[in-house]
Design a protein around this ligand. Structure first.
Ligand SMILES: [Zn+2]
Length: 87
């Protein structure tokens, strides 16, 4: 139950809700985040902290959310840092 422990108390960088899952990605400093509201996405720790510090405009964050939704609609996770859909 390592994942449950890791995800305890973690919040979505977009909406601030507690996430369903917050899983470290092997080999890179990033997490796979599953938010009930915003969807499934991957974000680097660096970008995550920049989003939390509000270094991105509202428009940029809206674009991220929209890209997450369209990737998720195809059954894929969206990787924010490189703009790719993951299988
Ligand atoms: Zn969210």
């Amino acid at each position: 139950m390592i994942n449950q422990k890791d995800s305890a108390g973690q919040r979505c960088v977009f909406c601030g809700r507690l996430v369903n899952s917050y899983t470290p990605v092997d080999g890179i400093s990033a997490h796979d985040v599953d938010c009930m509201v915003c969807g499934r996405y991957r974000v680097s720790e660096d970008r995550e902290s920049r989003i939390l510090k509000k270094q991105f405009s509202r428009r940029t964050r809206a674009a991220y959310l929209s890209a997450i939704r369209s990737s998720n609609a195809e059954g894929r996770r969206y990787s924010i840092d490189d703009g790719r859909s993951l299988t």
